[in-house]
Ligand binder design. Structure first.
Ligand code: PLP
Length: 403
């Protein structure tokens, strides 16, 4: 057993009502979620519709269309909220919406890293966490930090090698993975890993930042928790940092809420409002970005300056490996007009970066790998800009070549 089923604050065990009185908001119950999953006639709503209609004020005269930004640190006592570290109506609206899309109970955090820290804290002291060797560098960093303090053990695996992952599950408390991985874009067999992990009593956590709940819903495959850097596709406009955890069970959601309430990695109300505004348009943004990505992959597949074009077949992240390694790849990211040389991803604007410029990036990631976050600009413009920069590198061995 990894977490307490009960909610403890100090030495007291609180009932749901008492939690509310102490300002620790209970995660929504399945019945609460059901309200959002169906229209009044009982039909299940399409995710595109859920993204629009969930987390709104009721349709009664003079209600605003969106929950306004609630800038307050404290509330009049006696209700559900009490204090701004325990609850905020903007969190609730955002959490109900992302929770409905993922099919679980959502808890918003100040950043993806804060969400990851809260989830890793579910592991009992000394427990083992299995994770992909090509996870996001920050996730690897947290695992290494926990290991260096003797708090947990980290075992890094090739997440595409399902048999090796299953073997590693034997003494694991948690199996954590991204799919696709950042930036290698490897895809995991989620149902098979869930089966192997659950056979050994390990929790399964999927960082769903790249796929979003529109392309992949890990909880439907039996995962216990989903994590998001909501900074990326969920917010979608490169103007917000936020994170989220979505839990399949009320007990895990309560443990995550408790962590946020006690340690305080809370999202700001304005950021949460903006993240929800972004989430409303995720279906249309992703559709366009994915179409652009697919078309760019098709057009760049045989470019002579590229050793490899990696694309998992869905989503809008593409990794290209430039022939000749770091030097031509560094030159490439300086030679475009539209593509912005920047880290992060998932915004409406196209960005790219050579990942090995970060010392923390894994040595198994090629030096010349440039991760593209394909945005919503017209694909002809994106292609002309990028192909022009690639052409300017010349083919290896040619006079203009940096090779
Ligand atoms: C896959 C993935 N997970 C988590 C994070 C961390 O999120 P944040 O930067 O919002 O803390 C990132 C950040 O790049 C990421 O790419």
């Amino acid at each position: 057993m990894i977490i307490d089923e009960t909610i403890r604050v100090g030495r007291a065990t609180l009932t749901r009502g008492a939690q509310a009185a102490r300002g620790i908001r209970s995660p929504p119950t399945p019945a609460d979620l059901e309200d959002h999953m169906h229209d009044p006639a009982g039909a299940e709503l399409h995710p595109d519709t859920l993204a629009i209609v969930t987390g709104r004020p009721p349709h009664t005269p003079d209600q605003p269309m969106s929950i306004p930004v609630h800038l307050t640190s404290t509330y009049v006592a006696g209700g559900e909220l009490e204090y701004g570290r325990y609850g905020n109506p903007n969190w609730t609206a955002f959490e109900d919406t992302l929770g409905a899309l993922e099919g679980g109970r959502c808890v918003a955090f100040a950043s993806g890293m804060a969400a990851i820290a809260a989830v890793l804290d579910l592991v009992a002291p000394g427990g083992t966490v299995v994770a992909p060797r090509h996870s996001y560098t920050g996730t690897v960093g947290q695992l290494q930090e926990l290991e260096s303090k003797g708090r947990a053990r980290a075992v890094f695996v090739d997440i595409t090698d399902t048999a090796a992952v299953a073997d590693a599950c034997a003494d694991a408390a948690m199996v954590w993975f991204e799919s696709p991985t950042n930036p290698a874009l490897e895809v995991a067999d989620i149902p098979a890993i869930v089966r192997a992990a659950h056979e050994h009593g390990a929790l399964v956590v999927v960082d769903n930042t790249f796929a979003t709940p529109l392309l992949q819903r890990p909880l439907e495959h039996g995962a216990d928790l989903v994590v998001h850097s909501a900074t990326k596709y969920i917010s979608g406009h490169s103007d917000v940092l936020m994170g989220a955890v979505v839990a399949a069970s009320a007990a895990h959601a309560a443990a995550i809420v408790r962590h946020r309430s006690l340690y305080g990695a809370i999202p700001a109300p304005l950021e949460t409002f903006l993240a929800l505004r972004g989430l409303r348009t995720l279906p249309v943004r992703l559709e366009r970005a994915q179409a652009n990505a697919r078309e760019l992959v098709r057009r760049l597949a045989d470019h002579p300056a590229l050793e490899e074009v990696r694309y998992p077949g869905f989503g809008a992240i593409v990794s290209i490996v430039v022939r000749g390694g770091a030097e031509p790849a560094d030159a490439l990211v300086q030679r475009t007009a539209l593509w912005v040389h920047a880290t992060s991803l998932g915004g409406v604007e196209s960005t790219f970066e050579r990942r090995r410029r970060w010392p923390a990036e894994q040595p198994t990631i090629p030096e010349g790998l440039v991760r593209l976050s394909v945005g919503l600009e017209h694909v002809d413009d994106l292609h002309r800009d990028l192909a022009g920069a690639l052409d300017s590198l010349g083919s290896p061995g040619s006079p203009g070549s940096l090779d």
